[in-house]
Design a protein around this ligand. Structure first.
Ligand SMILES: [Mn+2]
Length: 110
């Protein structure tokens, strides 16, 4: 077991799916808090997410347009079509919270 400061996730960019909803926004913040790393988002936040973050006084995740050369960890993610276009499979260090739908191969990540 290592401390948060020693975590291998310190340089990871946490990211959810395209057109981030509140799941994606809150998950990247929570994951970065728990494991270290940088909470990011792929686009503008919706009104619900803005309200939640403002209400709790939490800073929005960093808006990132280009993830090339970054280690990435995915949250709130289950469809490859929802992967930001500059992220390659080799960059993905972790995946949590994927909301798997049993029996549907159509939505398989790999
Ligand atoms: Mn979502």
């Amino acid at each position: 077991m290592c401390t948060k400061e020693e975590s291998s996730f310190n340089e990871v960019h946490w990211v959810g799916h395209l057109n981030p909803d509140s799941d994606s926004i809150m998950c990247v913040i929570g994951a970065a808090f728990l494991y270290g790393g940088i909470p990011t988002r792929t686009g503008p936040m919706n009104k619900e997410s803005e309200f939640i973050l403002e209400h709790f006084g939490v800073k929005p995740p960093l808006l990132v347009k280009d993830y090339q050369d970054k280690r990435v960890a995915l949250v709130d993610f289950n469809q490859r079509t929802q992967l930001q276009s500059t992220i390659n499979m080799e960059q993905i260090a972790a995946l949590i919270d994927h909301q798997w739908k049993t029996g549907t191969k159509k939505h398989r990540f790999r």
